[in-house]
Design a protein around this ligand. Structure first.
Ligand SMILES: [Zn+2]
Length: 432
């Protein structure tokens, strides 16, 4: 089984599906599943970008269904910085190298191997188990997950979903802690139209220069920080990590959280910080017309990442309090592109992931974690599913290493981790 997952992953990497041409990976997976008795369906919104769906029927049509979802596209590379060919899929000293080895062709392959294994061995879960190898995750899923949820809901929708990423072991004195990604922040684009009065740049005394006002506003936005919002999942995470008692109590105290967040091990400080705040980041600025004209208009774009209870009104009021008395000089447009999503922790799928993990990694305990970025899980949460990000990784891929390689140079995965993830999905299927 481990040989199967290594070989399939190598082929998926070599297919070079850089957020395009995912049909190649869908076909590779279809030929891998060929002969198992599983029937494959292809769905595509755009030619060449097919997603593949297959299904094992459950014995009880009223039992909840499970979707194993892996994306088939990858992000681009800067080839000159890699030690080995990023699309070679080479197996070197126990690691498979290449773009997608961790994000997330490893899990996409492991899920396919688990499905084939279950089908060949006649495993019959109680509820349906669906496998989806989906295109276009890396550009937001418009040609993939979103399209399928909207137009082929019957083919892909399930009560529960497992997708990327999670499962990288965190340091703890009480055994390996494996984060299950239960939610993702939301995303909004705020446009600030900063106004001034046009004039001749030869006489700046008393002028109202929109660039100067915009600079002050940008600084205020960069300096703004709300009181942290510590959610239930965060409290549960902290309590299960067995940090020393002073760190633990500070991490649970909104008044002390920001001063201790950088003491978190495994490099999770920035993520924990992001998941406790609405963040505001100025990312684009446009303004000025001519080098001898005092500008009367500047546009500042602020990328806002929201928490679960933040709507447009909440974004507006945070922007207003950041900008302060300069608010009269600004027109604000808020474009909420996606709200944050979060799944509950007390579910049957959580219990199965906990049992399966503990049976494969001694003493392992699942802990809930939010992520600041986005994945296809959000499309399924919005449609009503409970969705978690999870896989299993060996000690060779602790979170600190995982984060460095994810979308980074020299992306690679060790064979032990591939075996663990495959065993996990097989075991989950068996217990479902
Ligand atoms: Zn991914």
């Amino acid at each position: 089984v481990t040989a199967d997952v290594v070989e399939l992953l190598q082929q998926l990497i070599r297919n070079r599906c850089v957020n395009n041409h995912e049909t190649r990976n869908a076909e590779t997976i279809a030929s891998f599943l060929d002969g198992s008795g599983l029937g494959c369906e292809f769905y595509e919104k755009v030619p060449g970008r097919a997603s593949l769906v297959t299904r094992i029927e459950g014995s009880d049509p009223t039992a909840p269904s499970l979707l194993l979802m892996g994306h088939t596209d990858v992000v681009p590379v800067n080839e000159s910085r890699w030690k080995h060919d990023p699309f070679g899929g080479e197996l070197i000293d126990g690691y498979v190298w290449g773009r997608g080895a961790l994000d997330m062709l490893n899990l996409t392959a492991a899920m396919a191997v688990a499905m084939r294994h279950a089908a060949v061995n006649g495993v019959r879960p109680r509820g349906d188990v669906i496998y989806l190898a989906v295109a276009d995750e890396e550009a937001g899923g418009v040609e993939g997950a979103e399209f399928l949820v909207e137009h082929h809901r019957d083919a892909v929708m399930a009560d529960y979903v497992i997708t990327e990423n999670g499962g990288f072991p965190l340091t703890s004195t009480t055994g390996p802690k494996l984060p299950v990604i239960i939610g993702e922040k939301g995303y909004a684009r705020v446009t600030l139209d900063v106004r001034g009065v046009a004039g001749h740049s030869s006489m700046p005394h008393g002028a109202d220069n929109a660039i100067v006002t915009a600079a002050r506003i940008v600084q205020r936005i960069a300096d703004h920080l709300d009181e942290p919002q510590l959610q239930d999942s965060w409290r549960r995470f902290v309590r299960s990590m067995a940090y020393d008692s002073d760190l633990e109590s500070a991490l649970l105290d909104p008044a002390r959280f920001d001063e201790v967040v950088d003491r978190l091990p495994d490099g999770i400080g920035p993520r924990a910080h992001a998941c406790a705040h609405m963040t505001l980041v100025p990312t684009i600025i446009n303004g000025g017309v001519k080098d001898n004209v005092i500008p009367d208009s500047v546009q500042v774009i602020v990328n806002v990442r929201t928490l679960v209870d933040h709507d447009e009104q909440a974004i507006r009021s945070v922007i207003e309090s950041a900008v302060g008395d300069l608010i009269a000089r600004v027109a604000i447009t808020v474009d909420v592109q996606a709200g944050a999503t979060e799944s509950p922790v007390d579910t049957p799928l959580w219990d199965i992931l906990q049992q399966s993990s503990a049976s494969l990694i001694e003493g392992a305990a699942c802990v809930p974690m939010m992520t600041a970025g986005g994945t296809d899980a959000s499309a399924f949460r919005r449609a009503g599913a409970v969705a978690y990000g999870f896989g299993l990784y060996s000690e060779k891929l602790p979170m600190s290493t995982f984060v460095k390689l994810f979308h980074g140079d020299d992306e690679r995965v060790d064979v032990d981790s591939l075996g663990l993830s495959t065993s996990l999905f097989s075991d989950v299927l068996f217990r479902w």
